[in-house]
Design a protein around this ligand. Structure first.
Ligand SMILES: Nc1nc2c(ncn2[C@@H]2O[C@H](COP(=O)(O)OP(=O)(O)OP(=O)(O)O)[C@@H](O)[C@H]2O)c(=O)[nH]1
Ligand SMILES: [Mg+2]
Length: 699
């Protein structure tokens, strides 16, 4: 394998809604570029990028994977990403190291919920986009309708670069509106196109579409706008250069046509990536000056110190940890020692590899702009920077969402607790969007993630990769408790048992704070009523007590505790006694501070054909949802609402059955709100039943 320089590299994330055909597309691209000699199919579990057992079994991508092709003296790196809502954060991470995104859109459904989510992420990171309208071979596939929904969602910049030849079953090729020629593909799926003249019946439409493309390119570029007005058109060179600039700036989003399953449209797509997508040399990474924090651009040049950004880690119990990185400057060498700048530790690199799915090809070095991997690093994790000496920049960490839902898990065989913790710790390295904790009250192990499917997949990985089986219990809604009134409280702990006694005494004021402030502790004592060294013990006591809650065992949040008075005993007072006094003050205060329950509210976006909009809104209302807005996207409607998490646990099934599988939704945590009073009794009773039940089990 040749070592490529930045100008000859393209880094492309393949993103979009689940089922649009991202993995199938990458598979076809690899085959047609000659990177593999078998045409892998998602339906047969034979693609390069869905190699994980769990992905093959579910026919969905669950984590990013890498592949690459050599095309016309260039190396194109593809990152196949998941499209399912629970796993979208992995796709967002891929955008951090991509210089462009292919947004794959199903030509039957048009824009769907993940399309919009990942589009917004690409926009935020200023990643240039191309749309591939896929599945054009299917019944009811339509360029017009898809464009309508794309433009409704993303604006006028979305403009065809190709027109499809034929439709549905007769879809057989594409017209390139820049070169004004046709690519026709054989019906046998072999993918070998013939190039030729535009079919006469499509000459008119092609001319019109080309003019629309030229107009959009001119509109996106002030310099070209004038020329366009003077001459009424652009020269071929102006069009090419303008298109490239427009794509790089995100002001033109070309739409290409394809059928990945029938292997139609791949060569012109590969050509388009070379022509219109910026190379890493043209797209410096945004970094910061490590001392001043000032923004700076990190150029992908071979000179200067080597530095690489880790964007993904895979925990493999056999091969060990696999670390995927993008070299951002200099050249990373195999068998060398580098420095983990983020953790300030040395790190030894062994073999450097390029990944074709799970297949590794060793290379002696990887240069700036390229993406590769290394096995068995000791310390380094996702978001770290490894570099060969002190470098003059830092790179921001990847932002991962907090877990939104947690389930209690229980080992199938007793004695597996230790193994589970170790395995979850490893899995957390590859998936920072899971977390596991022990419930302060019940001591149960809680596994938290982005949704039910995410948790199920994590549990399946535990079994397949680490050989530990767990039982999933009911999901836990992470309720919180808070207070609604200020009060002064007294905690006095006094015990006289033989020799040394125990004495701690404190007065604490409890006050509500705004949502999201969690907890504040203030020392308001004066005149030495409590010796200074005991004050932290009071705080410790209140902390311990508040995580155990007051009403139903949920953590108490959004309040301030100010110790303002107390007394001590010169001999009997100790940290322990003051901690106890803190706990007692908390209990005393809570009984008068009018405690209440808080519940998590989710931001929900539902996508469905517009016919269903009325019913879906009615249903969201009945789930105590507040509708925030509604937009149309061609023939679809997107509904935005804020809905309590507890009402959304069964939403997936409902949406699928009520829309015949044509609806999709995305949800993420928004904020906490007070639970309506009439629901308190039920929640408290359920919490007590659960804890009582488990307490009984422990005995
Ligand atoms: N008819 C037809 N089917 C396609 C096409 N592309 C993909 N498919 C099928 O659509 C299904 C989903 O394809 P995938 O490539 O797994 O979709 P994906 O976008 O990777 O989905 P996630 O991994 O879940 O995000 C599979 O059954 C494919 O065989 C196409 O062009 N035409
Ligand atoms: Mg996939």
């Amino acid at each position: 394998m040749k070592v490529y320089d930045a100008p000859a590299i393209r880094n492309v994330a393949v993103v979009g809604h689940s089922g649009a055909g991202k993995t199938q597309l990458v598979s076809a691209l690899l085959f047609d570029a000659g990177a593999v000699n078998r045409f892998g199919r998602v339906d047969d579990g034979t693609t390069v990028t869905d190699y994980d057992d769990e992905e093959i079994a579910r026919k969905h991508t669950l984590a990013c994977s890498l592949a690459y092709v050599e095309w016309n003296k260039h190396k194109i790196n593809f990152i196949d990403t998941p499209g399912m809502a629970n796993f979208l954060s992995d796709a967002r991470a891929a955008l951090r190291v991509a210089d462009a995104a292919i947004v794959v859109v199903d030509a039957v459904s048009g824009v769907e919920v993940s399309t919009e989510k990942i589009w917004a992420a690409a926009e935020e990171l200023a990643v240039p986009r191309l749309v591939v309208l896929n599945r054009l071979d299917r019944e009811r596939a339509s360029l017009e309708r898809s464009l309508e929904s794309l433009r409704a969602a993303f604006g006028r910049a979305v403009v065809p670069l190709q027109l499809p030849i034929g439709e549905e079953k007769t879809f057989r090729g594409v017209i390139d509106l820049v070169a004004m020629k046709a690519w026709v593909f054989p019906a046998d799926g072999s993918g070998k196109p013939s190039e030729g003249a535009i079919p006469p019946e499509l000459e008119g439409p092609a001319q019109t579409a080309r003019e629309a493309l030229i107009e959009m390119v001119a509109e996106a570029d002030d310099g070209l706008m004038e020329k366009f007005f003077d001459a009424g058109t652009l020269t071929q060179d102006e069009l090419l250069a303008g298109l490239k600039r427009g794509v790089a700036a995100g002001r033109v989003v070309p739409v290409l046509a394809a059928s990945a399953a029938s292997n139609i449209g791949m060569q012109p797509l590969l050509d388009a990536l070379l022509s219109y997508v910026p190379s890493p040399a043209e797209r410096p990474m945004p970094g910061k000056h490590p001392a001043s924090g000032e923004d700076l651009a990190v150029e992908a040049t071979d000179s200067g110190p080597a530095a690489a950004f880790i964007w993904k880690t895979v925990a493999d119990p056999f091969a060990g940890r696999i670390t995927m990185f993008r070299v951002v400057s200099g050249s990373l060498k195999a068998d060398s020692t580098v420095h983990n700048v983020t953790k300030d530790t040395p790190e030894r690199l062994g073999h450097l590899v390029l990944l074709q799915g799970k297949t590794q090809a060793t290379v002696p070095e990887i240069k700036a702009g390229d993406i590769g991997a290394v096995a068995k690093l000791k310390e380094s994790q996702t978001s770290d920077v490894i570099a060969d000496k002190a470098i003059a920049f830092s790179l921001p960490a990847i932002k991962f969402p907090e877990p939104v839902i947690s389930y209690a898990i229980e080992p199938k065989s007793r004695g597996d607790e230790e193994k589970i913790s170790t395995a979850l710790h490893r899995l957390q390295e590859e998936d920072p969007t899971i977390s596991y904790t022990r419930d302060a009250q019940t001591k149960e192990l809680l596994l938290a993630g982005q949704g039910q499917l995410h948790i199920e997949v994590t549990v399946a990985k535990l079994k397949r990769r680490f050989g530990v089986e767990v039982l999933l219990k009911l999901p836990r809604i992470p309720y919180r408790e808070t207070i609604t009134a200020s009060t002064e409280a007294h905690g006095r702990h006094k015990k006289q048992t033989g020799g040394h006694g125990q004495f701690g005494d404190c007065k604490v004021k409890f006050e509500p704070l705004p949502r999201g402030t969690d907890f504040e502790f203030v020392n308001d004592t004066f005149g030495g009523s409590i010796p200074r060294q005991f004050v932290p013990a009071i705080e410790k006591g209140i902390q311990d007590a508040r995580v155990r809650g007051f009403l139903a065992g949920y953590p108490m949040v959004d309040f301030r505790a100010s110790v303002f008075d107390g007394s001590f005993h010169p001999v009997d007072s100790s940290e322990m006694s003051f901690k106890m006094a803190g706990i007692l003050a908390f209990k005393d205060g809570m009984s008068r501070a009018r405690p209440t329950l808080l519940e998590p509210i989710m931001d929900v976006e539902v996508y469905a054909p517009s016919d269903y909009a009325g019913d879906l809104m009615g249903d969201l209302n009945s789930r105590r949802g507040r509708i925030g807005g509604m937009d149309t996207r061609g023939a679809s409607t997107v509904i935005r609402a804020k809905v309590p998490m507890s009402e959304m646990l069964t939403y997936e099934q409902h949406l699928t059955s009520s829309t015949g599988g044509r609806g999709s939704y995305h949800m993420e945590f928004s904020h906490y709100e007070e639970v309506p009073a009439h629901l308190h009794g039920k929640i408290i009773a359920a919490a007590k039943a659960e804890r009582g039940h488990e307490a009984a089990e422990e005995v």
